[in-house]
Design a protein around this ligand. Structure first.
Ligand SMILES: NC(=O)c1ccc[n+]([C@@H]2O[C@H](COP(=O)([O-])OP(=O)(O)OC[C@H]3O[C@@H](n4cnc5c(N)ncnc54)[C@H](O)[C@@H]3O)[C@@H](O)[C@H]2O)c1
Length: 370
């Protein structure tokens, strides 16, 4: 198959959908790979690294879309890319159709085959192409939190791990899923005193078994949250209710319970945030202060560490991309239920219910196009 990898052009997106190692893997299976010049630059991969692995470098994004049967990307196509997408071209990327009617309609009109990373789903209902970014954001939340606890960053001036003879910082993690678990592990590694809270007793049992001794598990309810945040130095928001807005576990009034200079990192800000006062910020301007509390609410945290994020993402996407290239999208989706769940739009039809419902557009069962 002829595969094309364009350079990401969405604002502040530094990741790339394929590494030189991925190129070599595709080559091994007899595929031809075209990469847009400088596509991997911001992730630390030079054009010559791709060329050495066997890719052909093309100068423009137009040339990549023109030649490829399958486009592999990271972010959803932006408006200037819509017209480049051709009939029956397979596009494998994050789409998040339910948040853009324009994109949904454009892909129907272009008659593209849209396989969305975010809806590829395993039998246990986990989302294997979202997990790596949650892992990055979870780990990064502690790194950022530690930085903003420093006095020049307007934090309390506390070192996460303390030093011999001085208490470590107290970290409260709301939500014990992928983000929360990675955050708790990192904070514990720094030597902080960590409390991780969740509503799932089964999850708390698991966390209690695997976490080091400086991590305590606690049932998430209003009473316990009020007590926990009262002497916290760093609070991580990592709650998710699938398909819904995050619940506001910390309201504006509850900020009064915390001491000035406390840092809140609301990783769940992309779902509305679990701290009421959080609104999305950017890497250029990541924090703001309300009632003395430092709020860090960057909605695309992995974007700041494109090298790690690209490798983490491509480790997860490559096996699926290879199946699509080796078998063609129909056979690959027929033989792999996980990939089939990724199909959102094909043959001009919406075949993913959530997307059709989001825009009140007709829905067709995926079987009708396979
Ligand atoms: N800002 C970013 O750059 C970024 C990057 C990746 C992920 N995220 C977001 O981080 C959030 C968490 O993602 P995840 O992959 O860890 O999800 P997850 O599904 O793995 O974990 C969510 C956890 O929240 C728990 N939960 C639900 N209600 C709760 C409550 N009231 N109190 C405490 N816990 C509760 C669930 O039981 C679950 O364990 C999501 O909103 C995701 O979109 C943001």
């Amino acid at each position: 198959m002829i595969i094309g990898v364009p350079k990401e052009i969405k604002n502040n997106e530094n990741r790339v959908a394929l590494t030189p190692a991925g190129v070599a893997e595709f080559k091994k299976h007899g595929h031809v790979i075209y990469i847009q010049a400088s596509a991997g630059e911001n992730s630390g991969f030079s054009d010559s690294a791709y060329a050495n692995a066997g890719a052909v470098i093309l100068p423009t994004i137009e040339a990549v879309y023109e030649i490829a049967e399958m486009i592999i990307k990271v972010k959803e196509p932006i408006a200037s890319e819509y017209a480049l997408i051709r009939k029956n071209q397979l596009v494998f990327t994050y789409f998040h159709f339910a948040s853009s009617e324009a994109l949904t309609k454009a892909m129907i009109e272009r008659d593209a085959i849209c396989l969305a990373y975010e809806t590829v789903e395993k039998i246990d209902r986990s989302l294997p192409l979202l997990v790596p970014m949650s892992e990055v954001a979870g780990r990064m939340s502690i790194q950022e939190g530690a930085k903003y606890l420093e006095k020049p960053m307007q934090g309390k001036g506390i070192l996460l791990g303390g030093v011999p003879g001085v208490n470590p910082a107290k970290v409260v993690v709301l939500g014990g899923g992928i983000v929360g678990t990675q955050a708790a592990k990192m904070a514990a590694g720094f030597g902080a005193k960590v409390t991780i809270m969740d509503v799932s007793l089964a999850r708390l049992r698991y966390l209690s078994d695997i976490m080091p001794a400086n991590v305590t598990t606690l049932m998430s309810n209003h009473y316990n949250i009020c007590e926990a945040i009262a002497d916290a130095d760093l609070v991580i928001g990592a709650v998710l209710i699938p398909g819904a807005k995050a619940p506001h576990l910390i309201t504006k009034e509850m900020l009064q319970l915390m001491s000035p200079g406390t840092v809140v990192v609301d990783v769940a800000v992309d779902q509305g945030g679990c701290i009421e006062t959080c609104t999305p910020t950017t890497h250029e301007n990541p924090t703001f202060i309300i009632d003395g509390i430092v709020h860090y609410c960057v909605a695309n945290m992995p974007g700041a560490v494109p090298y790690t994020s690209t490798l983490a993402l491509t480790n997860a996407t490559l096996p699926y991309a290879l199946q699509l290239a080796n078998k063609g999208w129909k056979k690959a989706c027929n033989e792999n239920e996980e990939l089939k769940k990724g199909l959102n739009i094909a043959n001009g039809k919406i075949v993913y219910k959530g997307v059709a419902e989001a825009w009140g557009l007709p829905f067709e069962e995926v079987a009708s196009i396979l």
